[in-house]
Ligand binder design. Structure first.
Ligand code: 5GP
Length: 201
């Protein structure tokens, strides 16, 4: 990465681990951080707004974006497509802005291949029981979909070793503090800093 480019923060982990809540809280506390709005073929949940939470698109529209290489990564998750529009992310990073992606693991691994300088952070629930409780409480999916998501989550937990950081989401404020510390530390990395001594003996 060239100096002065923004950071690409990839937040991923099983569905129901609380990535969304942590991401929203992080964005509230770090208003300069840019959220990458994903594209999906799933239907909006109550309260979700096109262009804010996701770009809700048909399969045909999604596949057309894929064919034109307009997505940085994409994945199929529980029978739907999800993907990250390329242009907004590239533009922000090149302009020095930090960008956060909240995506599942297949997509995160694609980003790791094409952009290894990213900061890859895995969010885990405190336990599988709590994960199940959280997905049920959300009340937005059928039992069949919930079971599919739980089975996927168990497989996904094995990917933790592919990430730079892991944050257990037991208490939201604590987990957010940990994420902020990660970002601050990453921004202080010598390799990311334009740090040059002028003069000398
Ligand atoms: P949900 O349907 O619950 O909003 O999201 C399902 C899963 O898809 C979550 O794990 C979420 O992080 C992930 N996801 C959301 N947007 C993207 C994306 O652009 N790419 C990928 N690979 N996963 C995404």
């Amino acid at each position: 990465m060239e100096i002065n480019h923004g950071l690409l923060i990839v937040l991923s982990g099983p569905s129901g681990a609380g990535k969304g809540t942590l991401c929203q809280e992080l964005l509230r506390q770090m208003p300069d951080l840019k959220y990458s709005v994903s594209m999906t073929t799933r239907s909006p949940r109550p309260g979700e707004v096109d262009g804010v939470h996701y770009y809700f698109r048909s399969r045909q529209e999604f596949e057309a974006m894929l064919a034109k290489h307009e997505l940085l990564e994409s994945a199929q998750f529980c029978d739907h497509y999800y993907g990250t529009p390329r242009f907004a992310v590239e533009q922000a990073i090149q302009g020095g802005q930090d960008v956060i992606l909240e995506i599942e693991i297949q997509g995160a691994m694609q980003i790791k291949k094409c952009f290894p300088q990213g900061v890859f952070t895995f969010i885990v629930p405190p336990s599988l029981d709590i994960l199940s409780e959280r997905i049920h409480k959300r009340g937005t999916e059928t039992e069949e979909v919930i079971q599919k998501r739980l089975a996927t989550a168990i497989q996904e937990l094995e990917y933790v070793s592919e990430y730079d950081y892991v944050v257990i989401n037991d208490e939201v404020p604590l987990a957010v503090e940990k994420l902020k510390s990660i970002l601050i530390a990453e921004k202080c990395r010598v390799k990311r800093k334009p740090f040059v001594f002028k003069g000398g003996v």
